[in-house]
Ligand binder design. Structure first.
Ligand code: SF4
Length: 389
């Protein structure tokens, strides 16, 4: 595993302290420095939050730690299991706000994890445990206003801190079945991760810390709507080790701006240049997310333009048939249209996959569960080049 350590903003909560930050705190209490790594391991490796259970710590330290706020900053408000094995958690934060996280058995949605099977050969995998992918949130709501996305409907309520972001994975691990383990984490739930950069950067360091959850950076995927300066920053801070997924969804600026208002600030050409600059390690690819919307972006000439745009960038394209949002006039193309689009991309030498929607019976598209009761009608105005929720 490659050690990654960008300069981080100070921790906001005890839960998001790194071992050396714990050591600083504990030394100031008169404890030896090595206790820092012990406390970190209890929380992030073993998922123990009650100091009374941290049995290799002296009693006096356990009592002192009990005064720190080490409790998980969320509770599971709803836990739905789909017939296909997908599980969706509605998580209530300490201020009552709600976000969501989805556990997805791998094999069903290998595409979502952004690590193609042919790149997996050198990864040691214990045979006995079923790998699962977890989709996590980074903000309550989202400010980006993409018109096809339920999370964008409510607008941004607040950023999540790093402790809240990582706690989703700690909870996901605790709530997965005994034979499973969380192997991939995808920042693709509520929120634009790069709009909450400092907290997300700290969460990435925590999730991949070898003394904690120890996820491989190749198994952590950050999905963005295209915040160009932050893509550059992520590339520099993590040396390109974090898997990057980009929501593209349209191949010309007028259509993309209508779907994704961020495109007015960072148009397609600027975004493609940022992807060319991203310091990808060898044999890695950036994932391009392309939601197919009937009559809007699903023509074969769109596939031709898409392949031209991506020329020279190591990518794979995930095609996602539109998952309808209540009140939206947008719909998915039929199966033959999806197949034809995929085949056209492949004929241009572009690796293209269709991501099947999972967990339809529990509304597993990110954003849908937390937005229950907050549905509003979506307005899409292509002719004006605008839209939003
Ligand atoms: S697609 Fe992503 S960036 Fe766009 S509104 Fe939804 S959560 Fe935000």
């Amino acid at each position: 595993m490659v050690a990654i350590r960008p300069t981080l903003a100070a921790p906001k909560t005890a839960l998001e302290r790194l071992p050396e930050e714990w050591a600083d705190v504990l030394v100031s209490w008169g404890e030896p420095k090595f206790r820092g790594i012990q406390v970190f391991r209890w929380i992030h490796q073993r998922g123990v939050f009650d100091p009374a259970q941290m049995t290799d710590l002296p009693k006096s330290l356990r009592e002192r730690l009990a005064k720190e706020d080490l409790a998980l900053p969320m509770e599971v408000a709803l836990f739905h299991r789909s017939s296909d094995g997908t599980r969706k958690m509605l998580l209530r934060l300490t201020d009552g706000k709600e976000v969501e996280s989805v556990l997805i058995p791998q094999g069903h949605v290998g595409d979502l994890a952004a690590v193609p099977d042919d790149e997996d050969a050198d990864v040691e995998e214990p045979r006995a445990r079923t790998p699962i992918s977890q989709c996590i949130s980074t903000q309550v709501g989202c400010a980006m206003g993409c018109v096809f996305c339920a999370s964008g409907v409510a607008g941004l309520k607040r950023h999540m801190n790093a402790g809240e972001i990582v706690s989703q994975v700690l909870l996901g691990r605790a709530r997965s079945d005994e034979h499973e383990r969380v192997r991939n984490v995808v920042f693709m739930g509520m929120g634009e991760p790069l709009h909450n950069y400092d907290a997300v950067a700290r969460a990435l360091v925590l999730l991949t810390h070898p003394e904690g959850l120890a996820l491989s950076t190749r198994r952590v995927t950050l999905s963005t709507s295209g915040l160009v300066p932050q893509i550059d920053r992520l590339g520099q801070d993590f040396g390109g080790q974090v898997q990057l997924a980009v929501s593209l969804h349209a191949v010309d600026n007028e259509k993309r701006s209508a779907l994704m208002p961020i495109n007015r600030k960072h148009p397609i050409e600027e975004l493609m240049e940022a992807l060319r600059r991203y310091p990808l390690p060898k044999r890695r690819r950036i994932t391009i997310e392309y939601t197919l919307i009937a009559g809007k972006n699903d023509e074969l000439r769109d596939a031709d333009t898409l392949s031209k745009l991506l020329r020279g960038i190591p990518v794979k394209v995930n095609l996602i048939p539109m998952n309808p949002v209540d009140g939206s006039p947008l719909a998915a193309p039929d199966y033959s249209g999806v197949d034809a689009f995929q085949e056209r991309l492949r004929s241009h030498g572009v690796a293209a996959f269709v991501r099947r929607t999972r967990g339809d019976d529990i509304a597993a598209a990110c954003g849908q569960l937390a937005l229950h009761g907050e549905k509003r009608r979506l307005r899409v105005d292509y002719s004006a080049g605008g839209g939003g929720s």
